[in-house]
Design a protein around this ligand. Structure first.
Ligand code: ZN
Length: 259
């Protein structure tokens, strides 16, 4: 009976040469390692202490929730250096309450890193958003994930159905999806705890995190803030989603230092 997984030729050292094995294994990823060394040299040339400073602390200013799409690299399009952006990416930049990956990163970002700004960034020509409006089973787990975007369409069906041009409808769904994911962030205990906590801190000028809805267009490279008043939604949904009051928070902090 043949082995289930045939041994790959490169896994066998040629003439006992580990160096050959290493070279064969990595030959398809081009110049990544050389490019990395060039990056190191370039950074050191500009600032000899760059990596000492990078290693000394982790205090990012932004939590970026973006699409996994390769055309939307967070740091690069914002012109931010390493160290300033805490990044979570998934298909169509979703904030799903049962996504333990994103929820864990969000909890860490709020309670430990105390990041003051969350950027939810969608992008036009999003494959996930396009797939979500097709009446086809993309099979689990992808279809389960896309159903969250189908739900966004249902919430805004009247507005979206009124747009006759399919591309314009797609772009509007991308934007509405970003707004809904921002609202989903406000529903979470992690964000609400941090906002109450910072509200109680008289040394801070305003409550954080601030949540920013943005869309990136791969056609022109521009990152645009969406003109949306998230407070309007928050005021509308307080009675449904609020988990804490300032008084409750004060009491809880007496019994649980991790809140
Ligand atoms: Zn996308």
């Amino acid at each position: 009976m043949p082995p289930l997984t045939p041994a790959e030729p490169e896994n066998t050292p040629v003439n006992g040469s580990e160096t050959k094995h290493y070279a064969e294994t990595h030959k398809d990823i081009g110049n990544l390692f050389e490019q990395n060394l060039e990056y190191v040299q370039m950074k050191k040339a500009r600032d000899p202490l760059f990596f000492e400073k990078l290693a000394a602390t982790h205090k990012p200013k932004y939590l970026w929730i973006g699409c996994a799409d390769a055309r939307v690299p967070a740091n690069e399009i914002m012109g931010e250096e390493a160290g300033s952006v805490f990044v979570v990416r998934n298909v169509a930049n979703m904030v799903v309450g049962t996504d333990f990956n994103l929820m864990s990163a969000l909890q860490y970002a709020m309670s430990v890193l105390e990041i003051p700004h969350i950027i939810v960034c969608g992008h036009y020509d999003c494959g996930g958003v396009r797939a979500s409006i097709v009446n086809r089973d993309h099979v689990p787990p992808l279809e389960n994930w896309l159903r969250n975007i189908r739900d966004v369409y249902r919430l805004h069906q009247k507005e979206l159905d009124a747009i006759s041009d399919p591309e314009q409808r797609h772009r509007r769904l991308v934007e509405l999806n970003v707004i809904e994911q921002c609202i989903n962030l406000f529903k979470t205990g992690a964000v609400q705890r941090r906002r109450v906590e910072t509200y109680m801190n008289k040394d801070l000028p305003y409550s954080t995190p601030r949540i920013h809805a943005c869309v990136f267009d791969p056609k022109d490279g521009i990152l645009r803030p969406l003109q949306v008043d998230l407070n309007k939604y928050l005021n509308q949904y307080h009675d449904i989603y609020d988990l804490y009051t300032v008084d409750e928070m004060k009491k809880m902090r007496l019994v649980n230092k991790y809140l």
